[in-house]
Each structure stands twice: as structure tokens, then as C-alpha cells.
Design a protein around this ligand. Structure first.
Ligand SMILES: [Zn+2]
Length: 457
């Protein structure tokens, strides 16, 4: 009897080990699905990013693409990352896109991540009355048609990437680029948009490589923390700027691979050099060459389980200034004047003005191997060291411009120094307070802890 009990206990023990091992192996496994679509507008369209342009686009320098990468871990947790050669998605457009994706797939909002490349040679994106640009009726209708078509295409893309899910080997590494230049130039008259070679920038080039189980390369996802603005407001041909040319370069060098670009905290950085088509191609080639070098070198594994956190942080806005001051500000012709005008309109209608802006943030944790932080807004470079210090610097990829482009996300220091990046929100009437920095960093730390990242004390 005792022997039989011992034998049964031994059998159960061995079985338990097998279950533990099997569960561990399944959790660590990742399946990846891919899809891509050409999204170049099929008619001349007003272009985004520079208020100085006065007419629609004139032809195509390089096709625009949207691309999707679907993830599934061994427990069935899923998420889809969508990248696109466009300026950005405000909250209303992101809602339209995500609603379409949720109708077409079983995904919830928290499982969807949108990362536009912030190209300034792409179309204006927006819904009627909320494009952020002064457009004639027919121009606004064209932008609306494009935006609705794009939302449909992105829903198809998410569904296609999920349908393509198959076992994959995922790995990652980090390179460096020299195309990133701090653009906050300090002058006797204050901070202006220019060149600041001594200013901080994030020069890292994170690279994720996806292979089939037998080592066939399928995709390369890479990042760069820099405005996608080699080309200026004088350029009227559509293109994905340096990020588009970098993806093109990687796909030429690695035939059959889907290259995807995810922009980082480049709010206060411009490409260098800039201003010509040749410079845009050169910057893309230079970044693409580094991506290929990293992708074909020694990489660290990226395994599951995948934990996906998605939350809105209430970012604090400054109290509404006295009416007299608002009226004075509203007389200008810049974004700050526009915000002051919106505030006055709201006050006149009897609406109460917001004291917070709900900004969406995402954290994707891949086992103990990698944390992907996706901030929203045009996040200034100065957030990178703050988040590195809060989360620890290793196994960390910080993306920005994700899920909602509401305006610049400045640090307390940038707000105090002033300059272009200290300006207001585009999509809601208000200006951030210096406490915004503490709120953002605390929220991301809390989300990373929930997602399972080991944090420094
Ligand atoms: Zn920008």
C-alpha cells in the first residue's frame, strides 16, 4: 500500500513537472501575423504638418503604406500594432479606426496600438470640422474621404494580420543613428526652432526581427526618435520622408521582409541634414543601413507571455487665463491664438473648460525580455532619460505619437524654457502644467509594474 502510494505520488510529481514545463514553453511562445496595404491618396489632397502650404499635393515622390503586426502568446493573448506613413491620429480619428477594427476582429481597444510615422509630406487626416487646418469645403471633403477610406483599410489590415498568425522566432537589438538633431536652439530672444548640436537627443535605433521557426526572415520593426521632417512646407509631393525611405531600403536589402517604422520621442528633434529630397533619401538610407546591420547581427530573444496594459492618464491643464488675456492672445494667427479662440468660444457658449486631458498610454511586456512603452502625443526627447530612470534603462523601447496626437507633451523644464514644444494642445483648448511630467512618469511606472516589468526601487 505504502509502495503504491509512493508510486502514485511520484507519477503525480513527474506529471506536475511536465505540466509546468509545458505551460512555460507555451507562455513563452509567440505567434506573429503580418499584413500591408498601399494607402497613397488617389487624388490631390491637402498635406499635413506645415501651415505654410496653400494648395493640394502635386504627385507622388514615394508611395505611402500602412502595415500591421499581430502578436499572440501561448495563452491566447493578442495585440496588433499598426504603423502608417501619415502625420498622426487625433482621438476622434483613433476612435473611428479602433471601432472599425473591433467590429471586424475580436480585439478590444486595449489590444490595438496605432503608430503613425508623423511624415510631413502625407495627407491631412481628420473628420469634418476637426482637421486642425483651414481648408476649403471641397478640400475638407477630400480629407474626410481619405480618412474614412484609411480607417476601412486599417480594419482590413488588422484582420489580415490576425489571419496570418503563425509560429515565429522574435529577437531584438539596438543600434545608433546620427540623423537626429535637437532642434531647440537657445538664442538671446528665447528658444527657437533651429539646430542645437549640444542638446539631448535619443539616438538609439531599436530593432525587432521576426523569423519563421526555420530562420526565414519575415519582418523587421525599427524605431527612431526624430520628427519625420527632412522635407519642408515647400515640398508638395507625397512621401513617407526619411522613415518611408528607410523602410524601402530595408525591404530592398532583405527581400520578402516587411519593414515597419515606429517613431519615438522625437518631439524636440529634427533630422539632420534636412530640406531636400536628396537629404530625405540619404537619411532614410543611413537609418535603413543601421537597421540592417543590427538585424543581421547578434540579437537577444523576445518571448512571451505578452501582457498588454492600456490606460488613460489625466494630464493636468493650466487654469483658464482671465478673459482680457485670452482676447489678447486670440488676436494672433498661430496655434496658441487658435486655442485662445476656442477657449473664448467655449466660455461664450457657457461650456466649462477642461482642467485635464485624458491621454492614452500603452505598455506591452514580453516575458522578461522587452518592455514596449507607447506614449501618446508629440513627446519631447527629454522624457527618455526620465523614463529610463523610472523603469530602468535595459530591455526598454520607448515609442511616442501613439494612439492620440493631441499636441506636444513637454517636460516641466521645456515648459519653463518655452519655445515651440511648450505650446498648447491642438485638439482641446488648454495648456499643460509643469506637473504633467510627474503624472506621465508615475502612470507609466505603475503600468509597467502591472505588466510585470522588474522596476528599480
Ligand atoms: Zn510634430
Amino acid at each position: 500500500m505504502r509502495q503504491q502510494w509512493a508510486l502514485t505520488a511520484l507519477t503525480m510529481f513527474v506529471a506536475a513537472i511536465c505540466v509546468v514545463e509545458t505551460t512555460y514553453a507555451d507562455d513563452a511562445e509567440l505567434r506573429i501575423g503580418l499584413a500591408r496595404a498601399k494607402i497613397t491618396p488617389d487624388e490631390p489632397i491637402r498635406m499635413a504638418g506645415y501651415a505654410s502650404r496653400t494648395r493640394p499635393s502635386e504627385g507622388v515622390l514615394a508611395e505611402l503604406y500602412a502595415k500591421a503586426m499581430a502578436f499572440e502568446d501561448g495563452r491566447g493573448e493578442r495585440a496588433v500594432l499598426i504603423t502608417a506613413d501619415v502625420i498622426g491620429f487625433n482621438a476622434k480619428v483613433a476612435d473611428l479606426i479602433c471601432d472599425g477594427i473591433m467590429k471586424k476582429t475580436s480585439l478590444q481597444r486595449r489590444q490595438i496600438q496605432l503608430n503613425p510615422s508623423h511624415t510631413h509630406t502625407g495627407p491631412v487626416i481628420g473628420l469634418p470640422g476637426a482637421t486642425g487646418y483651414d481648408l476649403a469645403d471641397e478640400e475638407a471633403a477630400c480629407v474626410h474621404r481619405f480618412t474614412v477610406r484609411l480607417a476601412d483599410q486599417l480594419a482590413e489590415l488588422a484582420a489580415a494580420a490576425l489571419a496570418d498568425l503563425k509560429p515565429a522566432k522574435v529577437s531584438w537589438g539596438v543600434g545608433v543613428t546620427n540623423i537626429v538633431m535637437n532642434r531647440r536652439e537657445f538664442t538671446e530672444r528665447g528658444v527657437r526652432l533651429g539646430f542645437n548640436p549640444r542638446g539631448y537627443v535619443d539616438r538609439s535605433v531599436p530593432v525587432v526581427r521576426v523569423d519563421s521557426p526555420d530562420g526565414e526572415p519575415r519582418a523587421i520593426l525599427f524605431g527612431c526618435a526624430c520628427h519625420n521632417t527632412t522635407l519642408s512646407g515647400e515640398h508638395y509631393q507625397l512621401s513617407g520622408d526619411y522613415a518611408g525611405f528607410a523602410q524601402q531600403y530595408v525591404e530592398q536589402q532583405q527581400p520578402g521582409v516587411q519593414a515597419m517604422f515606429m517613431i519615438g520621442c522625437g518631439g524636440s528633434a529634427n533630422p539632420y541634414p534636412r530640406g531636400t529630397v536628396e537629404a530625405a533619401q540619404q537619411n532614410g538610407q543611413s537609418l535603413g543601413a543601421e537597421v540592417c546591420r543590427v538585424a543581421t547581427g547578434t540579437l537577444a530573444p523576445v518571448r512571451g507571455p505578452l501582457r498588454v496594459e492600456f490606460e488613460c492618464a489625466e494630464l493636468p491643464l493650466q487654469p483658464v487665463p482671465p478673459r482680457e488675456q485670452l482676447e489678447k492672445t486670440a488676436k494672433g494667427s498661430n496655434y496658441i491664438a487658435l486655442t485662445a479662440q476656442q477657449m473664448l468660444q467655449a466660455i461664450d457658449k457657457g461650456d466649462s473648460l477642461p482642467d485635464h486631458y485624458p491621454a492614452p498610454f500603452a505598455v506591452w511586456q514580453f516575458g522578461d525580455d522587452l518592455t514596449l512603452v507607447a506614449l501618446s502625443g508629440e513627446v519631447v526627447n527629454e522624457y527618455v532619460p526620465l523614463l529610463e530612470s523610472a523603469l530602468g534603462p535595459h530591455k526598454l523601447w520607448i515609442a511616442a505619437y501613439s494612439n492620440d496626437c493631441y499636441g506636444y507633451l513637454p517636460t516641466a523644464r521645456v515648459l519653463a524654457e518655452g519655445g515651440y514644444e511648450a505650446r498648447c494642445l491642438y485638439t482641446a483648448p488648454g495648456f499643460f502644467t509643469p506637473e504633467v511630467e510627474t503624472v506621465v512618469v508615475a502612470k507609466i511606472r505603475e503600468m509597467a509594474a502591472t505588466a510585470g516589468r522588474a522596476l528599480p526601487r
